[in-house]
Write a protein that binds this ligand. Sequence first.
Ligand code: V0V
Length: 168
Amino acid sequence: MRTRDALAHHDTVDAMTDNAADIPARYVTAIDHVGIAVPDFEAAVDWHARHLGLRLAHEEVNEDQGVREGMLAPAGNRYGTETVLQIMAPLNDDSPIAKFIGKSGPGLQQLAYRVTDVEALSAELRDGGVRLLYDAPRHGTADSRINFIHPKDAGGVLTELVEPARGA
Ligand code: V0V
């Protein structure tokens, strides 16, 4: 396997991963977002705007997940195509984000991959002995369907799988 450093400028990632084996590479199309847990939504939006020039490209409340969430992107970013930063503030004390902040403090909470078929990938992962948090996908940002790989099965990283809404 060649390292990323060794990739020639014109090489594609496919060239590097030709030997990458049995993982269903066709399912994962992008790093969708990186999620950070924040205690104060407005303060986090403001901080990222003032210091990094990020803008709020999308915002919603997800009662099921117990979060107020926002997708922050550099100016010119095509939301839905490029990788974004997700900020998540807890809606209540039962929120996974409240628990995370209580235990670890604010900070990186999750890494999310964009996938073509969350159910099929989840099934393949389960077959491989990887634990998914939900039996079936749940409602995610912008009508996406989501599931999570347990952090203990993903190198200590809470790993989200995001299948965007059709037509998104
Ligand atoms: C917990 N652990 C983590 C972790 N949360 N490790 C890495 N990253 C995290 N975010 C560790 C924790 O320190 C324990 O390690 C171990 O996993 C088990 O933790 P636990 O105390 O048994 O379980 P909880 O109560 O901390 O729950 C952890 C899980 C929970 C991951 C099960 O947070 C969860 O259900 N998350 C999925 C839902 C979610 O995060 N929703 C908010 C985002 P030790 O101490 O045993 O070594 S919603 C979202 O992203 C949306 C809507 C979207 O993108 O569309």
